[in-house]
Design a binder for this molecule. Structure first.
Ligand code: RIB
Ligand code: CA
Length: 336
């Protein structure tokens, strides 16, 4: 089937064939649960997942993070309705971290969490079932569920604590969080998602689940430059305009702090990794979480150079082909 495969032509039996990202081949969609604290970048990640037939979004669970839980659970529904998917089950999870007081990020995302684009209040209902219960039930019911964690890990850790059996049922936890070379964005030592609930992160990294980490080292390379904002505008759709408005709003934090050429699209990297892993590279290493020190609370101590004998517990992504990612993401979002 022309165009269906790339890779070398062999005279003998096909040893392997790379399925291109735009393969017309029928496929079984990978079931995922998105745990999120929308957040403009979370919103783009949710839209990318809903635009991708390779993924089956079984549910969305909201967690307190960028803004308090009532807002993150409303924002998740606003995004589903923007995508024309009021059928998606959205559950409200934990409204505060396991031990620490809640720290939010209105200074980055605005007081609604989705400042920049004006979306109406959601009409679709919030599910009765809580987010933690939804994670437990779906991990038990859905074969090979992947959890995409885009916010503090409070819901995920609470589910693993309440139902340890799900650790062996979850296919993979792909999370945006942490940093190595990039160190921190909320403190000099820590990235926001891990900082907000370091105890939850410690539990998740010790759970035995297969974990893949998209840290700031990757997401700070995926910047929404003016040209990329223009590409969203050129989609000439409500979704393209919303993304351009959102990223145009929340870029000011990173531009002022880092002098960067646009907002880092943190959370879409999680979905992009699932869709196009060939664009990312990393190492399987040990990652520990600092929970005791006030000075370095939430630091991801990533043994990138293997200087300890601590066992590897995560695939820590270090690089991405950002241009290819943006081209594919923009193309994919036009399909919504
Ligand atoms: O540090 C970036 C992360 O914190 C992103 O997930 C952003 O949405 C916030 O949750
Ligand atoms: Ca987030």
């Amino acid at each position: 089937m022309a165009g269906a495969t790339a890779g070398r032509t062999y005279s003998g039996p096909v040893l392997f064939a790379f399925v291109r990202h735009d393969s017309p081949w029928p496929m079984t969609a990978r079931p995922i649960l998105i745990d999120t604290d929308p957040g403009q970048d979370d919103a783009v990640a949710i839209l990318l997942a809903l635009a991708s037939p390779e993924l089956d979004v079984t549910a969305i669970t909201a967690v307190a993070g960028n803004v308090p839980l009532p807002l993150t659970s409303a924002n998740a529904r606003k995004v589903c309705e923007l995508a024309g998917r009021p059928d998606i089950a959205v559950h409200a999870g934990c409204d505060r971290p396991i031990r620490q007081p809640l720290v939010t990020a209105e200074h980055v995302h605005g007081k609604t969490g989705l400042d920049g684009a004006d979306l109406r209040a959601p009409e679709m209902p919030l599910q009765e079932k809580g987010g933690v219960e939804a994670i437990i039930d779906l991990a038990r019911e859905v074969e090979g569920l992947t959890i995409c964690a885009l916010g503090p890990l409070t819901n995920v850790a609470t589910a693993l604590t309440r139902a340890p059996d799900i650790a062996s049922k979850i296919r993979e936890i792909v999370l945006m969080g942490g940093a190595y070379f990039e160190v921190g964005n909320i403190t000099p030592a820590a990235e926001f998602n891990i900082f907000v609930d370091p105890d939850a992160a410690k539990m998740v990294f010790a759970s035995g689940c297969k974990i893949t980490v998209l840290p700031l080292d990757v997401t700070h390379k995926v910047l929404v430059t003016p040209g990329r904002i223009a590409a969203f505008r050129e989609m000439e759709t409500r979704i393209g305009d919303a993304i351009a408005d959102w990223t145009g709003f929340f870029e000011r934090f990173d531009k002022e702090k880092y002098g960067s050429d646009g907002a880092p699209l943190h959370d879409p990297c999680v979905i992009g990794y699932l869709l196009w892993p060939e664009l990312f590279s990393g190492r399987h290493i040990n990652v520990e979480i600092e929970t005791a020190s006030e000075l370095t609370r939430g630091m991801t101590v990533a043994d990138w150079w293997g200087v300890t004998d601590r066992p590897a517990n995560a695939t820590f992504i270090g690089d991405v082909d950002a241009e290819a990612f943006f081209l594919r993401m923009t193309d994919r979002l036009t399909r919504l």
